[in-house]
Design a protein around this ligand. Structure first.
Ligand code: AMP
Ligand code: ZN
Ligand code: ZN
Length: 402
């Protein structure tokens, strides 16, 4: 009997210790507003984001990694790696050795862990005993349980935004020992409307208001559960947006008639697959025709793109000038009003970075920050070690913390 009491007491003691340890860990909600260009903040349409800018920390802009597309950049944010290193080199790409295709619309492909070479923050966190959750994030649905968050939702494009916010807040009311400490949340609206109607459209302005409204809803709900002051909220976007036009289109297939080339992707970045014996000739012809685009052999890609050291990146790459679209006869990505994917140093491709909460300074503004530095920042907040093979650097961003 005495033994039983002793064991119960010991168990209770460890339970109390573990609850105490849990209660000391910070909370972070990482929100992605797809395609929210850095300067949308200055339109006076987003009072909740403005509240964060005034009372938390904000960067002039967030520099994405190249190419400035959705899946590659959500991976850069969550792994701290350049795109050539985390392996999600585009929204759609092929493993030319096995002929398998990765495509963001293909659920079985996006869940296949073989494509993801980086360690997402949720994996680093869980290895360190921190429970995580994701209400959507590219790569969060992986088919290996130890590589995804404890709690996650399968992507559903039309899931009402209010439901997403509710889902996040519900996770924060789970009993403390099982409650997630790191949560992601995603909204596509600004990207969707930016593509369809262009960056200066009333539709984009409505989208800015809608996603900002969701932030307001989150604040209100956090107030209701009395957690507003204990949660750090980081708001980012994966890239910006620029206006395109059907008057700024270059048909590369027409330029290369008779060479039997294949063309992958379209818009800001195109890969040309030329027959081996014609490779140099095709390259020289493209070089001579450079007008509103640049052609690079893979090995010649500018260093700052960090986009050559991956086996699935093609041998001949064409990068369009800002606002221009490269097309072949088969696929086009120019019959919309806005696009992204261009040079990541161009301001139009830059997104936002804002944060507020107990770990962040208040009313602090800085210049441009890089999206690969967000993963080490998260590691700092949770006081855990980042993976040693990342490209991001805490030194470039940690001054935003208290
Ligand atoms: P982009 O073509 O780069 O503009 O991609 C934006 C699109 O990515 C959005 O409209 C969404 O449909 C899609 N998307 C974003 N997150 C996910 C996800 N976790 N799973 C599947 N698709 C997603
Ligand atoms: Zn995007
Ligand atoms: Zn987009």
């Amino acid at each position: 009997m005495k033994n039983k009491i002793r064991i119960t007491l010991i168990c209770f003691f460890f339970f109390v210790i573990s609850v105490f340890a849990q209660s000391q860990k910070p909370y972070v909600i990482l929100i992605s507003l797809d395609g929210f260009r850095w300067d949308y903040l200055n339109r006076g349409l987003s009072p909740n984001l403005e509240f964060i800018r005034q009372n938390g920390v904000s960067a002039l802009s967030l520099r994405p990694s190249f190419p400035s597309k959705t899946f590659p950049n959500h991976q850069s944010i969550i792994t701290g790696m350049y795109i050539e290193n985390h392996g999600i080199i585009a929204n759609t790409f092929r493993d030319e050795f096995s002929n398998e295709l990765y495509r963001m619309g293909d659920t079985s492909a996006v869940r296949n862990s073989r494509w993801y070479l980086g360690e997402a923050f949720w994996e680093t966190a869980e290895r360190n005993g921190i429970t995580t959750a994701s209400y959507f994030w590219p790569g969060s649905e992986m088919n290996l349980s130890y590589r995804r968050p404890t709690y996650y939702e399968n992507y559903e494009h039309n899931r009402p935004y209010e439901k997403r916010v509710e889902g996040v807040v519900n996770w924060l009311t789970i009993p403390i020992e099982k409650r997630p400490r790191f949560i992601t949340l995603y909204f596509d609206d600004t990207d969707t409307q930016g593509h369809r109607y262009g960056t200066d459209s009333p539709e984009v302005n409505m989208a800015i208001k809608r996603v900002d409204g969701m932030l307001g809803l989150l604040f209100t709900k956090l107030d209701e559960i009395k957690m507003r002051d204990s949660v750090n909220i980081i708001v980012v976007s994966d890239h910006g947006m620029t206006d395109i036009s059907d008057e700024r289109v270059i048909n590369i297939e027409n330029l290369l008639k008779g060479f039997n080339c294949k063309f992958y992707d379209s818009g800001p970045l195109m890969t040309v697959d030329a027959p081996k014996e014609k490779f140099e000739e095709v390259y020289q012809l493209l070089k001579k025709s450079e007008n509103h685009f640049k052609v690079y052999k893979k090995s010649e890609m500018p260093e700052y793109f960090h986009y050559k050291n991956h086996p699935f990146i093609g041998e001949l790459l064409l990068v369009a000038d800002m606002g221009w679209s490269l097309i072949s006869n088969r696929r086009s990505e120019y019959d919309s009003k806005g696009n992204h994917g261009y040079d990541n140093n161009h301001l139009d491709m830059h997104g936002i970075f804002l944060a507020i909460g107990p770990n962040f300074k208040s009313g602090y503004r800085t210049g441009t920050v890089w999206n690969i530095d967000i993963y080490p920042l998260l590691c700092k907040i949770f006081n855990i070690s980042p993976r040693s093979n990342i490209d991001g650097k805490a030194e470039r961003i940690e001054f935003l913390l208290k």
